[in-house]
Each structure stands twice: as C-alpha cells, then as structure tokens.
Write a protein that binds this ligand. Structure first.
Ligand code: HEM
Length: 398
C-alpha cells in the first residue's frame, strides 16, 4: 500500500514537472517570438520611436485645435452657416459676390435664419464671418486627417510600427473618419425645423456631446501614445506591486471623472444651460433648484432639462475637484518620481483653474472668450491626468 502511495506521489510530481516544463517552453517560445519580431523589425528603434512620438503629439495638438475652433464656432453662432457637406467642393469658399449671395440665399432657407437672423437683418458681410468660422473648422478637420494619415502611411511602409501600434493606427483612422461623420450628423440636426415655433434652432445636445466626446477620445489616444513614445526613462524606485496597482487604478478613475464632467459640460453647452441660474454657489437663492424634475419620464431630465443639466455638471465638477485633491493628499508620502510628482501637482493646480473658469463662464453669461477658455481648460486638465497616468505606468513593480 505504502509503495503504491509512493508511486502515486512520484507520478503527480512528474506530471507537475511536465506541466511546468511545458509552461516554461511556452514562455521561452513567447520570448523568442517577441525577440524575433524585434529583430525582424529593425526599424523599431529609439530614434524612430521619437519621430512617432513627435508626430502623435502633433496629431493631438491638431485635435485640440479643432476642439477649440469648434467651440468658438458654436459660441459665435456660426456652426449652421454651411448648409450642406461636400468633401472636395466645400474646400473652396465662394469666389465672387454672386457666389456669396447664392450661399447666403441657401442659408436663408433654413430655420436659424427664419427664427433668429431675419429680425436682426444680418448683412452679407456678417454672413461671410460666420461662414468662414465654420469653413475654417471643417478645413482644420480635413488638415488633421492629412497630418495623421500621410505620416502614418510613410511610417507603416518604413516598418517603424510594432504590431500594437499598427492596431492603434487602425483604431485612430476609424475614429477620425467617425469624427467627421458625427460633425455633419450634428450640424444636420440644427438644420431641421424646431419642434415648436418658439424654440431656438440648435443642434441636438446628444449629437454635440457625441462629437465632443469622440474628439476627446481621439485626443486622449494620440497624447497617451505620444507620451509613451517620447518620455525618457527616469531612475525610479521600484514600488510594491499592490500599492502601485492601487494608485494607478485611482489615477484612471480621475481620468474617467474628468471625461464624464466634460461630457456633462457638452450637454450644458448644447442646451445653452449656461444661461439659466447665473449665480454661484447657490441656484438663485436656493442650494437645490426646484425645477430639476420637470420632464417626464424622469431620466430625460439628465439630458434635456437645462436646470438639471447645469446642476449635474456643477456636482460632477465639484466631485472631480474633491477627488483630485483627496488623491493628491493620499499620495503625499508615496515615493514617486519627480516627473510624476510634477504631473500630480499641475493636475491639482489645473483643477482649481478649471473650476474657476467654469464659475466665471456662468457668472458672466457665457461670453465667447471665457467659454472657449473653459473648454480648452478641460483639455489641459485631461492632459495632466494622462501625463500622471503614463508616468505611473513606468514605475517598476516589486
Ligand atoms: C472639472 C471641472 C470642469 C470641467 C472638466 C468642465 C468641462 C466643460 C466642458 C468640456 C464644457 C463644454 C464646452 C463646449 O462644448 O463648448 C463645459 C461647459 C460649461 N461648463 Fe464646465 N467644466 C468644469 C467645471 C465647471 C464649473 C464648476 C462650472 C460652473 C459652476 C461650469 C460651467 C460650465 C458652463 C456654464 C458651460 C457651458 C459653456 C458654453 O455654453 O459654452 N463648469 N464644461
């Protein structure tokens, strides 16, 4: 019996050994495969990675420019001046007075003119201004596409991309195309007759939020990958794996909060909800406004009731500010690299600036310069958050 037991134990040991050996072989194979890829892709070098990083930084700059230009276009009420979309023909603005007049006449057939500009008697010169704003935004979008696609094709051909980057290039291309489509889809909603004659014609807040949200995603993708290619390694103390996972996950949580607050801001912008309750911290003389739930079904209030939309944006913003401060407080004794510390400090500083800009935008009834600054501030806040998260990703674990 005892010898049978011994044989059984040795067999189990042998099987375990074999499984381990197979696992080890697999690891060796994986390792060899990885290294073979590196060896075959001789163009994936530090110098070329730097080129990719700079190019992606340029792409994120282009997207940021498009966001700001789009914001100013909306704030100057220029976004509905071009009433159709043609990929090539749109690139050339009207060449003479007759063509300008024809374009102006086309604009006059749509609700924005009928309900808003007819009484104000917009002149042809004023129309040219709003037309050029929208045209500039569209051209910037096309240019962003070229700044991305042409170098991408070149780098791909030269073998500068590893397999991960190739997949990401595919995702970015789809997102860029989708962004253009969403832009026109959004504008189209503002060209329809409003439901009630008294309604101000404006684009759907859902589509505006989708257009802004997908631009922010593109921006995040470009910047994240750019920093991963560009930031030089620093001498960083290794950190306990559990602690590192915790602080990294919470930094991603902050990014999610910033992104959600920004999306909620897009609903404020889309509904002109910055023009109700222009007081802070109270809503007129109340802490909680009485008209939060005026729409049925109730869930629609979060997206269609200007009071609720502004209320939730304020609450999310306050929550984001508090979460960033608490995170920074919890990190005060954690030994992180000087660059990560700088990223964290700038994130904290920027969150106060952004909340200040939001309050000023509200108190001054959304003037163009403050609205545009507040929008750019959200990109800056997101950028510092991304910087922090990429720095934490580089810390070695123990
Ligand atoms: C973490 C803080 C905040 C972030 C990330 C943020 C982000 C944004 C974003 C992305 C927009 C959309 C801009 C556009 O599409 O043009 C927006 C709009 C707006 N936000 Fe904020 N915001 C923050 C805090 C605040 C605060 C504290 C207030 C006021 C109490 C505020 C008031 C507004 C107003 C009034 C608008 C509408 C502006 C317009 O119509 O163009 N925001 N916000």
């Amino acid at each position: 019996m005892a010898s049978l037991w011994k044989i059984g134990t040795s067999l189990t040991k042998l099987t375990k050994l074999n499984i381990n050996t197979i696992a080890n072989c697999k690891n060796v194979l994986k390792f060899t495969r990885k290294n073979t890829t590196v060896a075959l892709n001789t163009n994936v070098t530090t110098a070329n990675n730097r080129k990719i990083g700079l190019w992606l930084a340029g792409c994120s700059g282009m997207v940021a420019g498009a966001v700001v230009l789009g914001g100013v276009t909306r704030l100057t009420e220029s976004g509905l001046s071009m009433v159709d979309w043609k990929l090539i023909k749109d690139m050339v603005p009207p060449k003479n007075e007759q063509e300008w007049q024809e374009e102006f006449d086309k604009y006059k057939e749509f609700p924005e003119w009928k309900y808003m500009n007819k009484d104000k008697q917009m002149t042809l010169e004023q129309f040219k201004f709003i037309f050029y704003m929208e045209w500039g935004h569209r051209m910037w979008g096309r240019l962003t596409g070229l700044v991305f696609l042409l170098p991408a094709a070149y780098f791909w051909k030269k073998g500068y991309f590893n397999s991960g980057m190739k997949k990401r290039i595919g995702v970015f291309s789809v997102l860029l195309g989708f962004q253009g489509f969403l832009g026109w889809y959004m504008v189209k909603s503002g060209l329809n007759e409003p439901e009630k004659q008294t309604d101000v014609p404006r684009v759907s807040q859902y589509r505006l939020a989708a257009h802004l949200g997908s631009a922010f995603l593109l921006y995040v993708g470009f910047l994240w990958n750019s920093l991963n290619h560009l930031l030089p390694n620093q001498k960083v103390e290794p950190m306990n794996a559990k602690l590192l996972r915790g602080i990294s996950m919470r930094s991603h949580g902050l990014l999610t909060l910033i992104f959600t607050t920004a999306l909620a801001g897009a609903f404020v912008a889309g509904l002109d909800a910055g023009l109700v309750y222009n007081s802070f911290p109270k809503f007129a003389d109340r802490w909680i406004p009485t008209d939060l739930w005026t729409i049925e079904p109730k869930w629609k209030n979060f997206f269609e009731n200007p009071t609720m939309v502004q209320f939730q944006h304020r609450m999310l913003a306050t929550g984001t500010l508090a979460a960033i401060c608490l995170y920074a407080f919890s990190m005060r004794r954690v030994n992180i690299s000087p660059r990560a510390r700088l990223a964290l400090n700038t994130l904290v500083g920027m969150s106060f600036v952004q909340v200040g800009l939001g309050i000023a935008t509200l108190l001054y009834y959304v003037p163009t310069h403050l609205g545009a600054l507040h929008q750019s501030g959200s990109l800056a806040l997101l950028s510092f958050g991304i910087w922090l998260a990429t720095e934490l990703k580089r810390v070695p674990k123990i």
